[in-house]
Design a protein around this ligand. Sequence first.
Ligand code: ZN
Length: 462
Amino acid sequence: MIDREKFDEWYNEIVEEAELCDKRYPVKGMNIWKPYGWKIMQNIDAIIREEMERTGHDEVYFPLLIPEGYFKKEEEHIKGFSSEVYWVTHAGKNELEERLVLRPTSETALYSIFSLWIRSHADLPLKTFQIVNTFRYETKMTKAFIRVREIHFFEAHTCHEDFEDAERQIKEDLEIAERFFKKLCLPYVTSKRPDWDKFAGAYYSIGLDVLMPSMKTLQVASIHQYKQNFSIPFNIKYEGKDGKHYYCHQTTYGMSERVLGAIIGVHGDEKGIKLPSSIAPIKVVIIPIIFKGWEEKIMEECRKVKKEIEAMGLSCHIDDRDKTPGNKFYDWELKGVPLRIEIGPKDIENNVVRIATRDGIKKRIAREEIEKIKDELKEYDERLYQRAKEFLEKNIHVLNKLEDKEGIVELPWCGKEECGKKMEEELEMKSLGTPLPEKECNEKCAICGGAALTWLRLAKTY
Ligand code: ZN
């Protein structure tokens, strides 16, 4: 893991050095996805799609532009976003009769249409998602994948008959998150956001936060229970079994390219990024160690090994560029390829291949046991996860009074907003919220000394 002090500089450089993005595009906060970075992001999206499929969500794709009328239907919501949206005001030289918003998120667009789609209880639950770009005029300093103005965004939106069914959805979302982040080897903490920091319009919000080497947390997913806060203004009603009409209960689950930012940060080291095998565009790279007179033999062996690896369902690449092996090692370590195979004359004679995982494990594998690299990748992923988990756990501090600590702090809390805000102020941290699953607390509030109802989790955040 990268040292805390060096992290920001390292991160800003590595995203370009590893060819994930190009930050030279002249619109602030809007970067170019380079082919390698885009492939990784698409592999992340593929895991999300798989999870959505498994849980019966259907993919939709709504227009980028939202009419002002839709956007205004939810006054609270507008308060949440109005200062952060981009407006389209002209078409050619003509001013538009109705201004259009570049979607900052899609509640208002989807819900206006859901009110047409949903007629009866037989239409419920409605479970949809989309993966689209959204736009937010961020005023804070931008940072590749972490704080950008054009965001690669995933959003699931569901409608339910009643509160209980919406609550079941939230449980399912938490389980989806658990499977999803495990595949990315990313441990996180789950917190119910305090009321003063929930999503505008939400009944409650849950945030999933990853601890970065900078000791700041990064929110990588959020889940919201809307109750009927949107269905009433957007008139999303259904006819119940009793013939009466009811407003739906709704939930959302959102994630973004920040997930990639978290992977880069949490798994990175001095040599570059480390990709979990589930999302690596190249899982195995073969480096021919060429000696004079052996050229053809070695290349032939490399091609054979590649074929066998691909037959196992693993993407594999032979690096036959005119560069030294050392330079090639450097390049692929920078880009986080999970496993490297070296093949030279001695290996052919001894009937072995030499492997090296991106986290530094080196071994020889008998040529006829090449399928063992599958296990090696599994163990590599597990090591990435365990190392990150150790780091996270080591930096969660359960305290009973205010103390200066790095990472995540948990303090006994009476539940009053003023005490929570006082903690934020004194520690110069932000509240992540109360731990989920709930944790018993028999202490006294760290501010007022009253009986603590729960814990408040705080951290410096991105
Ligand atoms: Zn208190």
